[in-house]
Structure formats: structure tokens, C-alpha cells
Design a binder for this molecule. Structure first.
Ligand SMILES: Cc1ncc(COP(=O)(O)O)c(C=O)c1O
Length: 393
């Protein structure tokens, strides 16, 4: 099946007693009862499929995990309580039998940088950052660090750089490292990292997959080799998603390909309009022919799907001007997150990258006049007219 059909059907219609519900219901039970102790023993021992305890596995969450495997072409999935829990779980699983060293992209979501610097590094994991869009520089960093794990984003947050996942996967394999790709901004409509050789694809499902601003969640999808370690870690640590959120996510995913196509088309229109605006100094958008990774984008992404985030710098603006412009927005929502049906604007220096030191931010190229726009499904004319009046302010 194509992704539009998988999004609608995969994971659903499991037999529940006498009936088969057409969509997956919410199963709130934390524990499961069996007629015989022999059977319960086999389920506990994982010798027989079944549910014993919802930290290990839950019918609603399992249906979402099946759906995620289908969308990402993976073997095993784990639905997590947040995108950050998913990244932490994926990296920890990747490092299970490998050297405790991570080479990460030098431009990533702020909390991911924080996870590396403030959680993993103090716990003894060596952390090094590299420019993943310069493969020679990446190879040199990998030679020196001998990492157990490489960590990248399909489309980086917020400067929207695109690394060659397939070539980075080769570098990881040659070094015996696992490649973890945060595919949140890419989504399986645009990229399926496991097909390109990555070992883990992770998501903040809070974003495009759930899509409506009412679910916090994450997912890890991996190959057959890493599946048992992923599930074993999760059974012990319990970073799992609850059944209500799993239900809402499955409901959201049914329309995700449609929403994403519309959002990508809207983003393209908005990016072209911003590029012509006299108050805009620079636009970052992977669909731009002058984008530094245009060749990789053309090679790996499907036609006309370049993601739905547009970042831009306002000419000569400092914090006061940025605040004034954002306060003037009428329809576009001033809030953090991306991927919702509504267009949202965020000031990275104040939010997603706040915890990163100004010096580190500067090295990442995140300036005080940079804004990130997550383009929604509204009429593009309305998005543009709101931007126009706000920029005029
Ligand atoms: C690229 C990326 N990865 C991961 C996360 C973390 O996701 P969550 O907020 O669901 O923990 C975010 C959140 O903004 C993100 O933008």
C-alpha cells in the first residue's frame, strides 16, 4: 500500500472479544487477566503474544506502533511519552553494545543538544558535534571519536539543513556505529530513514503525525537487529505513551499525508513571498534552489515536498522589533511547536534554543533576528496577509 492508504488502515481492526472495531479503541487497563496461570506465565515470559502489563505493552499503543512500523518501513516501534523520551531511548539503545560516544549534527533542536550536553555527557558519554552536510568533516570527526552512535535530523531545527542520510548511514556502518535520525520535520511522507540505511528513525509525534496540538508523544522505529534491545530497555525504564494519546495519534495520522501535502505547498508559497519582502533579510527553506543542500534535497526528497517549516531573518531587527512584529500577528499563533494544522511562529532564541549558550547559538548560526514559521493548512492568502500586516508594524 501507498503511505496515504497505510495511514488510514494500518494497525486497526484487531479482534476484541466477539467483535472487531473498525478503529482502535482506547484500552485503559494497566494489567491483563488470563484464565490460567500457565498462559499468564507464557505471556510474562514473552513465549506467547499477549498483554500482561501496560508498561510492557498495551493494545492501543501496540496498534500505533504497528502503524508507525508501516509508515517508516521498520521492524519494531516504541511509542514514547514525548519526542525527547524517544530520542533518549533510541540513543541509549544504540549505545547498548557500542562505545559510549556520540557524534551529533552541529545544528539540532535545543533540547536534543541539552540532552547530549547535560544528561548523556555527565553520565560518561563522549559527545562531539560535526557538520553533517560536509561529509569529509563528518568522516574526520567519526575517525577521531570512534562513536557508537551518530545522531542527526532529516531537516534540522531551525535552520533547515538537510544531510545525505544514505551517505551518512554508510559512514556510520563503516565505523560500526548506529545512525539515529530524528525524522520529525521530514515525516515519513518525505523521508524514511530506515530505507536509506539508518538504524533508528525517531519522531516527536507531537508535531506532524498527531498534528492537532493536543498530543505530546514520540516514537522510535528500528530494524530487526535493534528491536529486542529497544523493547527490553523500555520494559525496564517505561518511557511509554499512554493509551489516550496513542488513540489521538492514530486518529491524527489518518489525515497526516493530506495535511502534510497541503502544509508543504503552503510553506512553498509563503517562502517565495517572504523572499521578496523588503524587511526580510534571509529565508531558509529546503525548496529554495539556492539552498546549500539543494542537491541532496533533489536526490532524496520527492518532488515538491520540502517540509512545511520556513525560517527567516528580519532585516536589522533586535528582540524589541521581533516582539512587536509577533505581537501584531492576528491569525498566526505565537507559540512553540511545529506541525499543527494552524500556522505557528516561534522565536528560537527565546524558546527552542533558549537553553543553549549565546556563543554556541552563534556557532550554530541562530541569530537574534531569526524566526521559525511552521506553516499550517489554512488558506495561503490568509497566512501571507497576516505576515504582511505584522511585518508592516
Ligand atoms: C526536531 C525535534 N525533535 C524532537 C523534539 C522534541 O519533541 P517533544 O516536545 O515531543 O518532546 C522537538 C520539539 O520541538 C523537535 O522540534
Amino acid at each position: 500500500m501507498k503511505i496515504h492508504s497505510k495511514a488510514v488502515h494500518a494497525g486497526d481492526r484487531k479482534k476484541a472479544g466477539q467483535h472487531i472495531p473498525i478503529t482502535t479503541p482506547i484500552c485503559t487497563a494497566t494489567s491483563f487477566f488470563y484464565d490460567s496461570m500457565e498462559k499468564l506465565d507464557r505471556v510474562f515470559g514473552q513465549e506467547e503474544p499477549g498483554f500482561a502489563y501496560s508498561r510492557y505493552d498495551n493494545p492501543t499503543t501496540a496498534a500505533l506502533e504497528e502503524l508507525m512500523c508501516e509508515l517508516e518501513q521498520g521492524h519494531t516501534a516504541l511509542a514514547c511519552a514525548s519526542g525527547m523520551a524517544a530520542i533518549h531511548t533510541a540513543v541509549t539503545t544504540a549505545l547498548t553494545d557500542r562505545r559510549k560516544s556520540v557524534v551529533a549534527a552541529n545544528a539540532m533542536y535545543g533540547a536534543t543538544v541539552s540532552l547530549l550536553m547535560n544528561v548523556l555527557q555527565p553520565a560518561g558519554v563522549e559527545v562531539r558535534f560535526a557538520d553533517i552536510c560536509d561529509l569529509d568533516a563528518l568522516r574526520a570527526a567519526v575517525r577521531q571519536a570512534q562513536p557508537g552512535c551518530l545522531l542527526i535530523e532529516t531537516i534540522s531545527n531551525p535552520l533547515l539543513r538537510v544531510g545525505a542520510i544514505d551517505r551518512i548511514a554508510e559512514i556510520a556502518r563503516e565505523a560500526g556505529a548506529a545512525l539515529v535520525v530524528d525524522n520529525t520535520f521530514g515525516t515519513p511522507l518525505i523521508a524514511r530513514p530506515l530505507e536509506l540505511g539508518a538504524h533508528f528513525s525517531v519522531h516527536s509525534i507531537t508535531k506532524y503525525l498527531a498534528g492537532h496540538g493536543d498530543v505530546l508523544g514520540g516514537a522510535v522505529v528500528t530494524d530487526e537487529a535493534h528491536g529486542p534491545a529497544l523493547r527490553a530497555l523500555s520494559r525496564t525504564v517505561g518511557p511509554v505513551l499512554g493509551p489516550f494519546e496513542a488513540y489521538l495519534t492514530m486518529r491524527g495520522i489518518k489525515t497526516f499525508p493530506l495535511r502534510m501535502e497541503r502544509q508543504c505547498a503552503n510553506a512553498c508559497r509563503v517562502a517565495s513571498w517572504l523572499a521578496e519582502h523588503p524587511r526580510v533579510e534571509r529565508v531558509y527553506f529546503p525548496g529554495d534552489a539556492a539552498h546549500p543542500d539543494a542537491a541532496t534535497v533533489a536526490r532524496l526528497f520527492p518532488p515538491n515536498l520540502w517540509g512545511a517549516v520556513v525560517s527567516f531573518e528580519i532585516r536589522d531587527a533586535r528582540r524589541e522589533q521581533v516582539f512587536r512584529m509577533m505581537d501584531a500577528l492576528r491569525m498566526i499563533v505565537r507559540a512553540t511547536s511545529v506541525g499543527d494544522v494552524h500556522t505557528m511562529m516561534l522565536y528560537p532564541v527565546m524558546s527552542s534554543h533558549r537553553e543553549i549558550s549565546p556563543k554556541h547559538r552563534e556557532r550554530m548560526g541562530i541569530r537574534d533576528n531569526l524566526l521559525r514559521l511552521s506553516v499550517g493548512i489554512e488558506a495561503p492568502e490568509d497566512i501571507i496577509s497576516d505576515l504582511d500586516q505584522a511585518l508592516a508594524s
